[in-house]
Ligand binder design. Structure first.
Ligand code: ATR
Length: 275
């Protein structure tokens, strides 16, 4: 056992995760003692792993697919935003083994847009969201917090979008997937939270013809960095923001809590994780 402060990302599969590169880069950049690794954890082993990690000197963890929801039942203290989202991605282990759970995905989303599209005003008009999974939930909470006047969601499986409306109230409206392009007509912010466009996956086929050039458009898919969805939006004259920044920024609060230094997200950080 090492005395270095240790953190990890837990999930399954985990080999694709960029978090070890990100946190190791920051540790190195700031000359901090610490270690950050990836640990593959199956659903069956989740509770025992969470009980065990603090005993092994871990001070916290990031949580990724498929554990973001199930990890909540083992937390002793949960932030309001994680409760509202119903999922956690950042854990802090207290000295007595108690677990504090937070969700920084919405923070990462907002920080990415604010950094990459500084003129973006969330209050200026409706937001249109493709998809209704876990990422969409975190983004809806963040947008509502930022004062977006209306949030329109379209999802292939409509009941999942309806469930978000039931959870998040009157500001949220639902558009049928076959009419998804219609939600773009007045949209000021447009977000793809589906996995469409990811390398090796299915294409994003919804027409972006109705996009206004004033809209800020972002994708949570970051492999490839420039998705066909972002390329099409750019052709319409929109400001586009890729999804890598959301991943990098969501790591900031955890790193700061564990290692005592607020890390920078900049071009050098992007290069380090893309290497
Ligand atoms: P995450 O937690 O990252 O958001 P998720 O919960 O699996 O991941 O959500 C994936 C999203 O991509 C969902 O909105 C999903 O739509 P369904 O709810 O209908 O499954 C969407 N998605 C995945 N494949 C899709 C496809 N071929 N066409 C349209 N939407 C798709």
């Amino acid at each position: 056992m090492t005395n270095l402060p240790r953190a990890a990302v837990i999930g399954n599969p985990i080999s694709h995760s960029l978090s070890p590169k990100l946190h190791s880069y920051w540790l190195n950049r700031y000359g901090l003692d610490g270690e950050y690794t990836a640990i593959k954890v199956t659903e069956d082993a989740l509770e025992s792993t969470l009980r065990d990690l603090p005993k092994q000197g871990f001070i916290g963890a990031n949580v990724t697919i498929p554990h973001k929801v199930s990890v909540m039942q083992f937390a002793d203290q949960i932030t309001d935003r994680a409760t509202l989202i119903g999922a956690a991605n950042t854990l802090i282990f207290k000295e007595d083994g108690r677990i504090f759970a937070d969700n920084t995905d919405g923070y990462g989303f907002m920080a990415n847009l604010r950094q990459s599209a500084p003129d973006w005003d969330p209050k200026a008009g409706p937001a249109a969201i493709f998809g209704a999974g876990g990422a969409a939930r975190a983004i809806i909470v963040a947008l509502a917090d930022a004062g977006v006047p209306e949030i329109i969601i379209s999802n292939r499986t409509r009941p999942k979008a309806e469930a978000l409306r039931a959870d998040f109230g009157a500001r949220v409206t639902v558009m049928d997937w076959v009419q998804a392009d219609k939600m773009l007509e007045d949209a000021n912010t447009v977000i793809n939270t589906t996995s469409l466009g990811m390398v090796g996956g299915q294409e994003f086929k919804v027409s972006l013809d109705s996009l206004r050039p004033e809209a800020v458009v972002t994708d949570i898919v970051y492999n490839p960095l420039r998705t066909p969805f972002l390329e099409a939006a750019q052709e319409k004259g929109c400001t586009t923001v890729d999804g890598l920044g959301m991943l990098l920024h969501q790591g900031v609060p955890g790193f700061e809590r564990w290692f005592g230094q607020r890390p920078e997200v900049d071009e050098a950080t992007r290069r380090a994780v893309l290497e």
